[in-house]
Design a binder for this molecule. Sequence first.
Ligand SMILES: Cc1cc2nc3c(=O)[nH]c(=O)nc-3n(C[C@H](O)[C@H](O)[C@H](O)COP(=O)(O)OP(=O)(O)OC[C@H]3O[C@@H](n4cnc5c(N)ncnc54)[C@H](O)[C@@H]3O)c2cc1C
Length: 425
Amino acid sequence: MTKKDNPTDRRDFLQQSILGSAGAGLVIASTSHVAAAASTDSSEPELINEVDVLVVGGGTAGTIAAIQAGRAGANTLLLERNAQLGGTMTTGGVAFPGLFDAWGQQVIAGIGWELVKECVELDGGEFPNFAKVPQRHWHNQVHINQFLYALLAEEKCEQAGVEIAYYEFPQSVEKTDTGWQVECAGFGTRRRILCKQIIDCTGGAEVVGLMGLDRLREDERQPGSFLFKMDTAHNPAENQLHRLYVHGADSTNSRTVTKANLTGRKAILAKVRNAKQRLMHLQPETGFRESYRIVGEIMITVNDYTSGRVFDDAVAYAFYPVDLHTKSGVKPKPLKPGTVPTIPLRALVPKGSQNVIVAGRCVCSDRLANSGLRVQASCMAMGQAAGAAAALAAKTGSTPLQVPLASIHGVLRENAAIIPETSAV
Ligand SMILES: Cc1cc2nc3c(=O)[nH]c(=O)nc-3n(C[C@H](O)[C@H](O)[C@H](O)COP(=O)(O)OP(=O)(O)OC[C@H]3O[C@@H](n4cnc5c(N)ncnc54)[C@H](O)[C@@H]3O)c2cc1C
């Protein structure tokens, strides 16, 4: 019997009892059942968590998914490989989420909007007037303070009982009788997570890839961008940051991300030298517009998107022009007046899978549809829907697609989401 399997060699405890527990040598915030192995056996993890829902990726969609799952009563763990929540909104510096409105009214609300609204209010910022149809779509993006957003996101997770694990990522995922066993690594930490449901919010469907499920990726992807500011001080939520395209940016692994970051920073250094201006602000990493999308139970096509198809299993609206960046820039194609696309639950579920759902820019969609769906308000709405579906599936011992749609809608409405009218409910 290994040390991990021997209860006498293991200190089992729940969250409150381990906070500040010097004897165990651990200070982690945990709402889940945690076992800290006293073992020095290098093949075994130091930590074992048993949770209902594991959210991987604490970015735009993942933060909202975790809060929703926690609020719906699921014991939820959120794994994020970087140092803060918010993903592209904070670490990437794209701090102008949109679009929450379409044609003069709000179409996306819920937990994402709650967080954005609180952030703007606490920062003394301004809201666009959603009752007015803007001349250019980006006029109605909401400018937020990226630093404050990351702090508020942590607070909301804590209030929802969500445990956060930074600097960690999954290394392997295996099926169990009741869900998944996920082996994770961080620096100085190895953790085994036993969970009923996984929500993959990594942007590039990395967990779905680890599971061996199919993903899609274009040979040529939209450029990434590095965000920075020269000359004048960066006033968060007021100044726009400058953007520098990083062509060929690839978020597949640490090597490709390193390459994108080195390329972006080198180009910014050259700009500073040429312009002879002071560098006043630089985000820590490249923002990636496009990488892998899942092969889902249904694909949202550009025709579905631009015609505003109302799917039977719609869980949210989305709204943005078709917005494909290329080597020569971007020419957004606005949607026709009155058109508001919808997102079906099936586009969040990898084909043929059980007990896993995704949210964010990896939603199953063709490339052009994805160029509109990938924006932040839509990612937040998907996150909330995935969080509700996973929490209900964990509670009922089913999978996200088996949960009655009306129950998912019910949980979403309790949390102020706006749901498209569908004939199926
Ligand atoms: C330069 C740029 C400009 C944009 N402009 C706009 C705009 O004007 N308006 C708008 O609304 N949207 C805009 N977008 C799009 C939008 O910001 C993104 O598509 C959206 O934020 C993606 O959300 P997500 O949750 O899918 O991924 P992310 O927000 O990127 O979150 C993914 C998270 O997962 C984490 N992660 C990844 N892999 C792992 C792993 N293996 N283990 C643990 N954690 C992991 C990452 O660290 C990250 O925190 C822009 C994007 C870019 C790059």
